[in-house]
Design a protein around this ligand. Structure first.
Ligand code: SF4
Length: 419
């Protein structure tokens, strides 16, 4: 054995997939997992660089692990921050033995010139079976869009879709009950190869696992055919990346749509699938955001009644279109608007959840006492508390017996029937 490793993953589900694959290469290289970073011979931090807060967290965690590691252990920083800032980050972080961009082997020596080593194709590396009954499956890398605030295309590159065969093989290898399909721009899967194939992909994966869930759908790509395909999976969950609802501000963000069109789409889906669950993300404080823009967002949130919502303060990103825009919204006003929107949404989420008490659904038990129905994506939405004796990985029909904020409690229908 070459030693023990610890991989610390920050950021989004796509980074989680990269970490899983990184672990696969380390095991193949003769390393074994450590129980803690302090026990490891090789500590790897898979960083996020999407926004300022994420970068700050990446540096803080790296410094923490630098302090926690044992004598002689190597510390490697990889992921988006390593790719985006490279040598600049290496100079700023002397604690790190290596700052390795995407696909640079984390076992590389400090002195070995990164430019001369073959990069690993993280996207298509094999993955070990999942330790959980669900797993993220990254179907493409990069993005071909140019949203005003987003730097991802600058360091993740243009969209690169995987072959359907490699995705299906990975789903089989993961041995899961739920596959969560992810990409920067999921609905565009295959477009870069000249053959848009998201609907075919959903069908192929749905034929292999009981549950298929989709994250990161760009609203203009939510075609009738895609809605049909999602409906056919039985997982009536729509994660729509809307970002705002004001038409003039969305244009300023270089994005499609407006609140009225989004609402019409959501209501159309609800007419077909009354129990459908919706999630979205919104940015508050984009340059030039007016009181009228913000009111439009609040009105949309109130009207749309989304189950789940991520709300983020605008982060100025070097190299993006928005970084050059005038009319910065003062930080105090951004914080005020964010709090207002969050308060409104928290109330909506809690009432959506409370309305489920007394209803029945099927849940996947993720771990002892914790389960999810089709309405909850892993890690980002609430969960359903269930009796500890339910086996992880099993699907169980339950009755919802209580709600507390985003989380629910439930008991197996069999238990209800027996009372
Ligand atoms: S769709 Fe827009 S926000 Fe998402 S990764 Fe692409 S450019 Fe960034």
């Amino acid at each position: 054995m070459r030693g023990r490793y610890w991989v610390e993953t920050l950021g989004c589900p796509k980074n989680q997939v990269d970490s899983d694959k990184l672990e696969g290469t380390l095991v193949a290289d003769g390393f074994a997992p450590a129980r803690s970073a302090a026990e490891a011979d090789l500590v790897v931090v898979n960083t996020c660089a999407f926004i300022e807060d994420a970068r700050r967290e990446s540096v803080e965690v790296t410094l923490e692990l630098a302090g926690a590691r044992k004598e002689g252990a190597r510390l490697v920083v990889t992921g988006c921050m390593a790719e985006r800032y490279g040598d600049e980050l290496a100079q700023a972080l002397p604690e790190a033995d290596l700052v390795a961009g995407f696909g640079v082997p984390v076992t590389l020596g400090r002195k070995e010139p990164q430019g001369q080593v073959p990069r690993l194709d993280l996207l298509n590396l094999p993955r070990p079976a999942s330790r959980r009954p669900w797993a993220y499956v990254k179907v493409a890398e990069g993005c071909d869009r140019a949203c005003g605030y987003c730097a991802i295309p600058s360091f993740r590159g243009p969209q690169r879709s995987r072959s359907m065969d490699s995705i299906v093989a990975e789903v089989d290898a993961l041995c899961v009950q739920e596959a969560v399909l992810v990409a920067q721009d999921l609905a565009s899967y295959g477009r870069d190869t000249g053959r848009p194939a998201i609907i075919e992909l959903i069908g192929a994966v749905a034929a292999r696992v009981p549950r298929v869930r989709l994250l990161y759908l760009y609203p203009s790509d939510l075609s009738d055919a895609l809605v049909d395909a999602i409906e056919a999976t039985g997982v009536h969950y729509f994660d729509l990346s809307l970002q705002h609802a004001s038409r003039p501000l969305l244009r300023r963000m270089r994005r499609w749509g407006d609140g009225d069109r989004f609402l019409a789409r959501i209501e159309g889906i609800r007419a077909r699938m009354p129990g459908a669950a919706f999630r979205s993300n919104f940015i508050v404080g984009y340059p030039g955001e007016t009181e009228a823009d913000h009111d439009a967002l609040l009105a949309f949130i109130a009207a749309a009644q989304l189950d789940w919502c991520g709300l983020f303060a605008y982060s100025r990103e070097e190299g993006t279109y928005a970084a050059g825009l005038p009319e910065t919204v003062p930080a105090a006003l951004v914080a005020e608007r964010l709090a207002e929107a969050a308060e409104l949404q928290d109330h909506i989420t809690a009432s959506c959840r409370a309305r489920l008490v007394g209803t029945r659904t099927s849940v996947l038990v993720d771990e002892r006492g914790v389960a999810r129905s089709y309405r909850e994506a892993p890690e980002i939405d609430g969960f359903i508390a269930v009796p500890d004796d339910l086996a992880p990985g099993s699907f169980v029909p339950v009755e919802i017996t209580g709600a507390e904020g985003p989380d629910l409690a439930a008991v197996p229908v069999a238990v209800v029937a027996g009372r």
